[in-house]
Write a protein that binds this ligand. Sequence first.
Ligand SMILES: NC(=O)c1ccc[n+]([C@@H]2O[C@H](COP(=O)([O-])OP(=O)(O)OC[C@H]3O[C@@H](n4cnc5c(N)ncnc54)[C@H](O)[C@@H]3O)[C@@H](O)[C@H]2O)c1
Length: 265
Amino acid sequence: MPVNKTVFITGAAAGIGRATALTFARDGYTVGGYDIDEVGLKTLAGDIEAVGGRPITGHLDVTDPDEMAQRIGEFTKAAGDRLDVMINNAGILRTGRFEDIDISAQLNVIDINTKGVVNGLHAAFPYLRATPNSVVVNLASASAIYGQAELATYSATKFFVRGITEALDIEWNRYGIRVISIWPLYVKTAMTEHIKTGTTEALGIKLTAQDVADAIVAAVEPSWLQRRTHQVHFPVGTQTKASVVLSRFLPVGLQRLLNKRLAGL
Ligand SMILES: NC(=O)c1ccc[n+]([C@@H]2O[C@H](COP(=O)([O-])OP(=O)(O)OC[C@H]3O[C@@H](n4cnc5c(N)ncnc54)[C@H](O)[C@@H]3O)[C@@H](O)[C@H]2O)c1
């Protein structure tokens, strides 16, 4: 009997998480979609059924380690005792001048975007270890290339995601677990709907949630070259790919100047 692969996605009710859930469902995966937005999850479950999938959904606040462990345990049990792909996607963004964003909002960004990822990694580990060729996908961002003005704390959280991805990819190699991160620039989702920064003005918001979902699915099943070179970070879109190349070759002083100019500062 063919084995149904499984994917657990945080922040799955909307945006990139939702598009990713539907894309994996179309590919025959058993999809676990978790979020604090239970209304969004109801429509997601209907949409997964509509593409012939079997949805498993539930409430999850990624900042709560106990709830994370509970939901991952329930999901893997219901999905045949395997966890092929864990996607730490839930995240929030606050933009503006650092001093104008109140401290509780800043700390909330850190809690969800960093502690949420640690909670997901920690709770998923035993199930990933027990599943051959499992993969963790962490949502980083192009803002993990150089610190971004007007989204300073958000950008710093994505450097955290970059760092923990690199470290665990090395650490968990011994268990056969790949740990990778996805780096989109601005994507048209609710997250970017009402924001206006120097860089959104200069670079535009060009990517769709489906572009990122397709990049995630492709990164989970990498090409021969990506596997051979052990690619850990996956930039999405031409602008991010160009920025990654520039960051390798441009002296740091010029990178600062470029980022300053793009931010209009
Ligand atoms: N949109 C972009 O421009 C962009 C660019 C690069 C990276 N990303 C990253 O991609 C990921 C998804 O972003 P998106 O654009 O789809 O955002 P979105 O706002 O469209 O969706 C985020 C989802 O996360 C959920 N969520 C928020 N707090 C949560 C919590 N505490 N626990 C569980 N779920 C929670 C929301 O309810 C929502 O359904 C984030 O990590 C984001 O940082 C987004």
